[in-house]
Design a protein around this ligand. Sequence first.
Ligand SMILES: [Zn+2]
Length: 67
Amino acid sequence: MKIPFTGGCMCGAVRYECAAQPLAMGNCHCRDCQRATGTAFAAAVVVPRGAVAITGEVNQILCSDRR
Ligand SMILES: [Zn+2]
């Protein structure tokens, strides 16, 4: 994966840049993720804390501190 990698929301109002290689990637099918996304699963990328810079007006950030 090319580092840094970037992305954002569909309308472009919120953008992110991650300066580290992901630690893990996957899809979670738990009830919390289904409710949070309104779909069958949530795609997740785990990166080191502090590696992500977010720009734009963010209304909500879902973050898990489970280790
Ligand atoms: Zn989940």
